[in-house]
Write a protein that binds this ligand. Structure first.
Ligand code: SF4
Length: 768
C-alpha cells in the first residue's frame, strides 16, 4: 500500500555513515526505484506509470535532459527518473483542507523535503494580504487577482516572470509571448543558474549556445572526458552511454574533486554483468582536482598539446585550424607564456597523472568533453568552458562524428525553454518575427536574470513575481536576501504541481495555480473551464541536451479535476491581464496544442512541419551548425579560439573553498529522501565533507557540529552541520544545497554569464 506523508521533519540523531560506494545503479538502484514508487503510488500504479516513461507514445521523464536512446527499450528510466515520476504521480494530496489545517507561518518552518512529501496540489489557492491561510478560489478569481495586480504596476518592468526547466515548449512559447506583450523582457529562468555560462562561452566560440554532439557521437568517441559532472546521480542514463562507448574501445577520463561512484563503475541492471557481475569500469583516469581549478588544468593540457606538437608535428589539426578556425596563433603564443608548474600547482594534481591525460588528448581525435555545474557555477566558468573548446578545436574535435562539446542539461526542457524565447536578453533575430507575426513591438531593453531580479525585488523595483514551475526560493543563492526580496513583493504567483518553500515564503498576497504533471492525461478545456466536446488527449514537446525535440503525453488520470495544463494557465492569465488583440488568440491556443505548435513553426527556425515531424517516434533534431560539419554560425563561419589569463587563486589561511552538491536522493531542490547512499551518508543532510588532515589541523573530529561562515560583504552563516572526513582535495569542502545556498552572496557570480558561483564559495568553519 502507498504510505502517507511524514508528519514530523527529520530527527538529527538519524545520521549514519558507511563506506562510500564504488559503483552506481545495479540491483540496489532498481530496489530503490521500486521502493520509492510503491511508497508513492502502490505497486500496480507504479508499474503502469514507470512503463510509460520515456516511451515514444508515453511521457518524458521530468528529471534531467539526457536523451533517449532509439529504439527505446521497455524500461527506459533510471533510479532518479523513477523517483521524479513517483513524486509527481503520487497519490498524496495537498487539498484546501490541508491549508485550512496548516497556517502558512507554520509551514514556513518546514523543510523542502517535508513539504514536498505532502503531495500534489489540487485547487487554485489564494492567500489574501494579511492572512495566514490559503483558501480555495476559482480559476477566474485567481486570474482576476493576477490581472488586477499587473494592471496596478507602474511599469511592465516592475513584474518578473520566472521559468523552471520543466516547462514544456508550448507553455514556454506562450509565456514569453504574454510577457513581451505585457511589455518586458524580465524572463529569468533556471538556465541562468545552471548552464548560462555554457551558453555564453559556446555562442562566443562556436556560434551556438548548445552542445555539438548527438548520443551516437558519445557512443562512437575514442575519448570521453567528464569534467565537473556527477552523472551517476544527476544524469544516470549517461552511464549506459559511457558503457557503450567503452565497449567500442573508448577511454574515459573523469575530472572531479570527489571520487564519485557513478564515475568509477556502472552496474547496468539491464545486463547480466550489471546484476550478478562487477559491471563496467568507467573512468580509466580519475583526476581528483581542487575545487575551481579546471581552467588551470585545461590551460596546462592545451600548453602540453602545443609542446607535443612541437615534438611530433601531428598533434594540432592544422588543416582544421586553417579551414575552420581563427585565433590559433594568438592562443599558441599565449599558452607558451604560461607557467606550467604554477598551473599544475593550482590543480593539486600529480604531474604524471595529468601527463597521461595530455597523451590521451594528443593521440585521439574523436574526443567528447561533457560537463555540468561543476564547471558552470564558478566565477571563471566562461573562460574555463572557452578553454575546453580550445582543447577540442586544437584537436579538430568539433563538427565530426564521435567528437564535440557536451554540456549536459540538468532539467528536462531547460534547453527547449531557451529555444522558445525564455531569455532576458533576446536577440533582435528572435524579436523581429514576433513583431511581424503578432503586430506589436516587443520590448528591446534587456530584462533581469535571476540574480538581478532578486536585487530588484529586494530594492522594491519589482513588485510582482510569477513563477512557471520551479522552487525559486530554495534554488537561488543568498537565501535570506532572496526571502526578503520575495516577501517585499505585492503579489507572488506559483504555477506548480507540488508544495515547496516557494509557496510558504511569499509576497503580501500569494496565489497557487496547480497544473497537470507530465504523467497525466491532458484533455482540452476552453478558458471558461468546460472540456472540449470530442476533445482528444493532448501532448506537449520538449528538447533534450542534444537538441532532439520529441513529444510527451501523459495517460494517468489527473491528481484533481481542477488541474489544468501549463499552456491553458498561461492563456488564462493572458486573456485576463492583456487587452484584446486580433493576433493573440489565447482562447484558441488554450484548448489545442497543435495550434500553439503552428505558431512556433511560424516564428522559430528549425520547426518546419512541426506537428507532422514531432509525431514520428523519435521526434526530430534541431539544426546545429557546429555539430553538422563544423559550419560555425559565428558571423564569419569560423570557430574562435579564446585567450584567457591564467587564473589567480588564493584561499586565505583558515578558509576553505566550498562547493554545493546534491545528494543521490535529490533532484535540484526536490528532496526525495535523506540519504546520500553513494557517498555513505544516511539520515542527515547537514553534513560537510572535509579532508581528514584539514579536520585534524582545525582540531575537529568526525560528527563534530560546526557552523559554516562566508564573509564577503558581510557574514552569512549556515548553522549546525556535522563534519565528516571524506576523499576531497585539501583546502576544499563540500555540502548540500539548498541548505548551503544561504552562504552564496548575490554578487558572487560567474563573469559574463551571471551564474551564481555556488561551486566555489570561501568559507570558514566555526565550532558550535
Ligand atoms: S537519466 Fe535523466 S531523463 Fe533519464 S530517466 Fe534518469 S533522470 Fe530521467
Amino acid at each position: 500500500m502507498p504510505t502517507g506523508p511524514p508528519t514530523a521533519d527529520h530527527d538529527e540523531a538519524d545520521l549514519r555513515v558507511s563506506e562510500p560506494k564504488r559503483s552506481a545503479a545495479g540491483v540496489p538502484g532498481v530496489v530503490a526505484s521500486l521502493r520509492h514508487a510503491r511508497a508513492q503510488l502502490g505497486p500496480a500504479r507504479a508499474a503502469r506509470t514507470l512503463l510509460a516513461v520515456n516511451q515514444p507514445q508515453g511521457f518524458d521523464c521530468p528529471g534531467c535532459a539526457w536523451p533517449d536512446p532509439g529504439p527505446t527499450a521497455h524500461l527506459e528510466f533510471c533510479e532518479n527518473g523513477a523517483k521524479a515520476v513517483a513524486e509527481e504521480a503520487t497519490l498524496r494530496r495537498v487539498t484546501p483542507e490541508f491549508f485550512a489545517e496548516h497556517p502558512v507561518s507554520e509551514l514556513a518552518l518546514r523543510t523542502d523535503h517535508w513539504l514536498g512529501q505532502q503531495g500534489r496540489l489540487t485547487h487554485p489557492m489564494l492567500r489574501p494580504a494579511g492572512e495566514d491561510h490559503y483558501r480555495p478560489v476559482s480559476w477566474d478569481e485567481a486570474f482576476d487577482v493576477v490581472a488586477a495586480e499587473l494592471a496596478r504596476t507602474a511599469h511592465p518592468d516592475r513584474a518578473v516572470f520566472y521559468t523552471s526547466g520543466r516547462t514544456s515548449n508550448e507553455a514556454a512559447f506562450l509565456y514569453q509571448l504574454l510577457v513581451r506583450r505585457f511589455g518586458t523582457n524580465n524572463l529569468p529562468d533556471c538556465s541562468n543558474m545552471c548552464h548560462e555560462s555554457s551558453g555564453v562561452a559556446l555562442t562566443q566560440t562556436i556560434g551556438i549556445g548548445k552542445g555539438s554532439v548527438t548520443l551516437d557521437d558519445v557512443h562512437e568517441a575514442e575519448l570521453v572526458v567528464v569534467v565537473g559532472q556527477n552523472p551517476g546521480t544527476n544524469h544516470p542514463r549517461m552511464l549506459a552511454a559511457l558503457e557503450q562507448a567503452k565497449a567500442g574501445g573508448a577511454v574515459v577520463v573523469a575530472i572531479n574533486p570527489l571520487h564519485e561512484a557513478g564515475l568509477q563503475r556502472f552496474k547496468n541492471p539491464k545486463r547480466p554483468r550489471g546484476v550478478i557481475g562487477s559491471g563496467t569500469a568507467l573512468a580509466d583516469e580519475y583526476l581528483q582536482i581542487k575545487v575551481g581549478a579546471d581552467l588551470a588544468l585545461f590551460q596546462y593540457l592545451n600548453r602540453r598539446l602545443v609542446e607535443l606538437d612541437d615534438e611530433r608535428g601531428d598533434v594540432l589539426d592544422r588543416a582544421f585550424l586553417a579551414e575552420s578556425c581563427e585565433g590559433a596563433d594568438e592562443l599558441v603564443a599565449h599558452l607558451r607564456t604560461l607557467d606550467p608548474d604554477e598551473l599544475l600547482a593550482a590543480t593539486g594534481l600529480a604531474r604524471a597523472d595529468v601527463e597521461r591525460v595530455a597523451e590521451l588528448l594528443a593521440t585521439r581525435s574523436r574526443i567528447v568533453v561533457c560537463w555540468a555545474m561543476g564547471i558552470t557555477q564558478h566565477r571563471q566558468a566562461v573562460p574555463t568552458i572557452r578553454e575546453i573548446v580550445n582543447t577540442l578545436l586544437l584537436r579538430g574535435s568539433i563538427g565530426r562524428p564521435g567528437a564535440g562539446a557536451c554540456p549536459v542539461r540538468g532539467h528536462s526542457n531547460v534547453q527547449g525553454d531557451r529555444t522558445m524565447g525564455i531569455y532576458e536578453k533576446p536577440a533582435e533575430g528572435f524579436l523581429k518575427p514576433i513583431d511581424q507575426r503578432y503586430q506589436f513591438h516587443a520590448p528591446r531593453a534587456h530584462g533581469y536574470d535571476v540574480v538581478d531580479c532578486i536585487g530588484a525585488m529586494r530594492d522594491g523595483h519589482a513588485k510582482v513575481f510569477v513563477a512557471l514551475g520551479g522552487n525559486f526560493i530554495s534554488a537561488t543563492p543568498d537565501s535570506e536576501i532572496t526571502a526578503k526580496a520575495i516577501m517585499n513583493c505585492g503579489l507572488t504567483v506559483q504555477i506548480s504541481t507540488k508544495l515547496s518553500r516557494s509557496h510558504v515564503i511569499t509576497g503580501e498576497e500569494a496565489i497557487i495555480l496547480p497544473c497537470l504533471g507530465r504523467s497525466e492525461r491532458d484533455m482540452p478545456h476552453t478558458l471558461d473551464g468546460s472540456e472540449v466536446d470530442g476533445g482528444r488527449p493532448q501532448f506537449v514537446t520538449v528538447e533534450d541536451s542534444m537538441s532532439v525535440v520529441h513529444r510527451s503525453q501523459g495517460s494517468r488520470p489527473p491528481a484533481s479535476p481542477h488541474l489544468r495544463s501549463e499552456p491553458w494557465i498561461v492563456c488564462g492569465m493572458a486573456a485576463a491581464a492583456l487587452p484584446e488583440h486580433p493576433t493573440l488568440r489565447w482562447h484558441a491556443w488554450a484548448c489545442d496544442h497543435d495550434r500553439i505548435r503552428d505558431e512556433i513553426e511560424a516564428v522559430i527556425p528549425g520547426f518546419s512541419d512541426f506537428n507532422k515531424r514531432v509525431r514520428t517516434p523519435d521526434g526530430f533534431v534541431l539544426p546545429n551548425g557546429a555539430r553538422d560539419g563544423a559550419n560555425f554560425t559565428t558571423g564569419n563561419g569560423k570557430a574562435r579560439f579564446s585567450v584567457d589569463p591564467a587564473p589567480e587563486w588564493a584561499v586565505p589561511q583558515g578558509s576553505f573553498l566550498l562547493m554545493t552538491i546534491r545528494t543521490h536522493d535529490q533532484f535540484n531542490t526536490t528532496v526525495y529522501g535523506l540519504d546520500d547512499h553513494y557517498r555513505g551518508i544516511h539520515g542527515e543532510r547537514r553534513a560537510v565533507l572535509m579532508h581528514a588532515d584539514d579536520m585534524q589541523a582545525l582540531g575537529l573530529v568526525e560528527r563534530q557540529r560546526v557552523d559554516l561562515v562566508s564573509s564577503y560583504d558581510r557574514e552569512r552563516v549556515a548553522t549546525d552541520f556535522f563534519v565528516l572526513p571524506y576523499g576531497i582535495a585539501r583546502g576544499c569542502v563540500a555540502t548540500y544545497f539548498p541548505e548551503a545556498n544561504v552562504l552564496v552572496p548575490l554578487h558572487l557570480k560567474a563573469e559574463k554569464s551571471g551564474t551564481p558561483a555556488s561551486k566555489s564559495v570561501l568559507v570558514s568553519l566555526r565550532k558550535r
